[in-house]
Design a protein around this ligand. Structure first.
Ligand code: KG4
Ligand code: ZN
Length: 340
């Protein structure tokens, strides 16, 4: 029997609500509607996410977004079978808003609730695209807080192959962007500026590129860019910001590309799934596509608008977990969150 699953995402600076219908038999769940409010403009003035402001804004936005989704899907709230929410990781206060609303709705409707891991939402988000992957695959998860390579054999069957030992790829984009005075969020801004720069202008480090394992390290990159910037500034040179942006992006992309290829080789798999905010990066996509095509590997991405945080990925992950029978929804409404 199919189920209507409502999903709420509120882990950081986007409020997302979505409704999916779980698939009958082995069919994939389908997205009926989703709505998103980004707080980016609100946090821009502070150069980063202000947790208290994020929580307050989630409270303001979540119910109007819910109404929007129900109207768009033409579904009465009482038809919802399960209410899913992001359980973590994320900002504690922000997570509590989504969890609180989900549990309140669940209690009022006498429907169970289900907490979803934010990263699993990203990981399964490519299943929302028209070109959905098939298991098994290698996943490159690249967000603001995580950089991981995984072997994925099915829903809930994940083997960590490698991860960052310090900063995440998104963090490297964001921190370098801040250094270059590009504001927040840094990733997209740095990528835009990089289009006008020479990716080979600066020799920046590619830490752990040749290490035998599949781990990453990005913390040194920011320091290297800072060193270059200070050298130029002390020589009273105008900062070639576009060249620095392009060189930074080239370093990050090269490491992500080489390690992904290494993971594909190690597992012998011929399918790669790229998810998380950095998956929206065009250079990364261009280079991964070319390298994978040359090796007979299929690459899958979420739709561009679903690369960054959204409610659709949470509703989807919940529906897929329910369908696969790997998680039972709860009716105790004890809304627990796991910030870390
Ligand atoms: O997945 P996400 O929305 O949130 C987390 O779960 O962290 O990822 C946000 C990260 C940020 O670091 C942002 O700068 C980065 O994704 N990002 C990008 C691009 N779009 C978003 N990085 C590089 N190029 C982009 N086009
Ligand atoms: Zn995320």
């Amino acid at each position: 029997m199919t189920k209507l699953v409502l999903g709420i995402e509120s882990s950081c600076d986007e409020t997302g609500v979505a409704l999916v219908r779980s698939g009958a038999g082995g069919a994939l769940p389908t997205l009926l509607a989703h709505a998103l409010h980004s707080q980016v403009q609100m946090h821009q003035a502070y150069g980063g996410v202000v947790p208290e402001l994020a929580s307050r804004d989630h409270i303001r936005r979540v119910l109007p977004l819910l109404r929007q989704v129900l109207t768009e899907a033409d579904v009465p709230l009482t038809d919802v079978d399960v209410v899913a929410y992001t359980r973590g990781p994320g900002l504690a206060g922000a997570l509590l808003v989504g969890a609180g609303v989900a549990c309140a709705l669940g209690a009022a409707l006498a429907r169970p609730v289900l907490g979803v891991h934010h990263l699993e939402g990203h990981l399964l988000s490519p299943f929302l695209s028209a070109d959905a992957p098939q298991f098994p695959f290698v996943a490159l998860l690249v967000s603001g807080g995580h950089t991981q390579l995984m072997r994925v054999d099915g829903v809930g069957r994940y083997e960590l192959l490698g991860e960052t030992i310090d900063d995440a790829a998104g963090e490297a984009f964001d921190k370098t962007a801040k250094l270059l005075g590009l504001g927040y969020p840094g990733g997209p801004a740095l990528a835009r500026l990089a289009e006008y720069g020479d990716p080979e202008a600066f020799k920046l480090p590619r830490p752990l590129l040749h290490s035998p394992n599949l781990d990453f390290s990005f913390a040194g990159l920011k320091t290297a860019v800072l060193t270059q910037a200070r050298k130029l500034e002390s020589a009273v040179c105008e900062l070639p910001r576009a060249d620095l942006a392009a060189s930074t992006q080239a370093a990050i992309v090269e490491v992500l590309l080489k390690k992904s290829l290494k993971a594909l080789q190690a597992t012998g798999l011929k399918r790669l799934v790229v998810a998380g905010g950095v998956g929206a990066n065009q250079q990364l996509r261009i280079q991964l596509n070319a390298a994978c095509q040359a090796r007979g590997v299929r690459v899958h991405y979420p739709e561009l608008e679903l690369c960054t945080d959204n409610g659709a990925m949470i509703a989807m992950a919940a529906a897929m977990r329910l369908q696969a029978g790997v998680q039972q929804p709860r009716s105790d409404y004890a809304f627990d969150v796991r910030p870390r």
